[in-house]
Ligand binder design. Structure first.
Ligand SMILES: [Fe+2]
Ligand SMILES: [Fe+2]
Length: 191
């Protein structure tokens, strides 16, 4: 770990300030939800907030930029990542947070890496980040099925909320002919 938690957050926030306005607004809304969920779930609010601040550092990158960045960072994209390069935006953000952000907190880095799909073995920090990202009020407006996930989260049951999200997304993706991510399925099975 390098520098205080405040310094780590400042480095991430400086990078966030370079992102498009719309993305910054989403990050700000997710950070507010993250504070609420941290309290409900008994998660460390500061670590959750740091992860949410950095989770979408690569969300505005193009497919080509994501694949190039992965290549430079030594990530070999699998078939799913080549089909959907956006899947790389969490892993790349986690690498940025570790290298440029000088953050060594593995739970924070794992939460950022897996914020899109979730993954088996993750705990309450990652669940708070995952759910805060999905329960951005603007997203709930666009996807009415998120209301159920929100209710489960607000009841304090993060496992049920994560499972409900994965299940509903799986149905939505299948309807669109998109392959659901195996990590999401594995996470569902272990929760
Ligand atoms: Fe994201
Ligand atoms: Fe996000």
């Amino acid at each position: 770990m390098s520098g205080s938690a405040t310094e780590q957050l400042s480095r991430v926030e400086a990078r966030v300030s370079e992102l498009p306005d719309r993305l910054q607004s989403h990050i700000n809304r997710a950070r507010i939800v993250g504070r609420e969920l941290s309290e409900l779930f008994g998660a460390d609010a500061q670590r959750v907030d740091l992860a949410i601040a950095g989770h979408d550092l690569y969300r505005a990158a193009t497919d080509e930029e994501l694949l190039d960045a992965a290549n430079r960072r030594g990530i070999t994209p699998g078939r799913l990542e080549r089909e959907q390069p956006l899947l790389l935006h969490g892993p790349l953000a986690a690498i940025w947070m570790a290298d440029e952000g000088r953050i060594a907190d593995k739970e924070v880095l794992d939460a950022v890496q897996h914020h899109t799909t979730f993954a088996p073995g993750l705990g309450v920090i990652a669940a708070s980040v995952f759910l805060a990202d999905k329960l951005d009020p603007d997203k709930i407006e666009r996807r009415p099925w998120l209301v159920t996930v929100d209710q489960l989260a607000r009841s304090g049951n993060w496992k049920a909320a994560v499972k409900a999200y994965i299940q509903a997304l799986d149905a939505e993706l299948k309807e669109q002919g998109v392959t659901p991510h195996p990590l999401a399925q594995q996470a569902y099975d272990t929760l």
